[in-house]
Design a protein around this ligand. Sequence first.
Ligand code: SAH
Ligand code: SF4
Length: 363
Amino acid sequence: MKKNIYDYTLKELEKMFSPSFRAKQIYHWLYVRYEEDFSKMQNLPKALQVELSENYCAENLTIATIENSVDESRKYLFRTKEGLSFESVFIKMRDKKVDENGKIIEGEKYTFCLSSQVGCKVGCAFCSTAKGGFVRNLSAGEIVEQVVRLKKDNALAPEKRVNIVYMGMGEPLDNLENVSKAISIISELNGLSISARRQTISTSGIAPKIKKLGEMDLGVQLAISLHAVDDELRSKLIPMNKAYNIEAVLEAVRGFPVDTRKRVMFEYLVIKDLNDDLASAKKLLKLLEGIKSKVNLILFNPHEESEFERPSMEKVKAFADYLVQRGLLCTIRESKGLDISAACGQLREKEKRKNVSYETKGN
Ligand code: SAH
Ligand code: SF4
């Protein structure tokens, strides 16, 4: 089987091919030109083109389905060579900036939501990904290639600003080795050049891995899926809370190196009648005291496998107002792509229900 060319850092390629400047040329073709055919990499000597074509592959993922949303976000279902499927979301947002003359410049901002695993071991009660169980980790190259595919398929110029969030399928800290390698490949200046500061790892709270990530000092942003303010409810939503409870997670967060201008994001999935009351907001405020934080309220996105319900916008706004009035930064996540089964794992589940038999465990 050919090796995945996106699995390699620039330094690794420099050691593999001589002279070492070939590595930069390969990176340019892959990540700036989105070229998958080694024989078209014109400034490489023919022998190297042949060597690359025979041993490496630059098209390891195929796009199985794309769902377009009215709000211009697009959800991709990717398929690996062995027939496994997982999702990424391309999110486009209008952006307004004021220039030095006070003129408003309208632009666009892009966020790519990437998967880190096929399935997930954590098994949260509300999550579609959990329903499929755990299949395997994605390699660094498979994580990186999602970015290339999304940029290429949407014809994004290489210099367009992109943010990355590891909020797709899987628990990124359960695949830390590959995710951290992907982060450094994605941030390589000679390639995609998306700095670690523009990449956010979202975790359900594996406390020792948060500590480990902090020690790696990658410069990456941290988001914590908190979802509940007491251990009883959190353990029901996220079973792992029994091993690493709210205090253990917050303790790990307190030790995490946060950029001076940044904050740790706490994601709070608002579920009707479970955690959408002001008493919870009050408790949340208290829990986050002393942590440089911002809260992102996510409205539960209903799906067929779950009995939970979507909260009313009124309640979510009241929750947000309570926090904002007391000085805590709080946003409500726009339901990007609600009409396209937005929360990750949902498109894959939908495909499965259609009885499409593409998912095999490989051999
Ligand atoms: N495993 C990591 C990252 C992937 S999940 C984590 O749990 O943080 C990314 C986000 O999607 C999490 O914040 C999760 O709470 C959210 N999510 C999962 N199912 C959802 C649903 N049905 N509606 C809304 N958000 C959901
Ligand atoms: Fe895994 Fe995150 Fe889904 Fe929980 S919410 S099952 S950690 S992907």
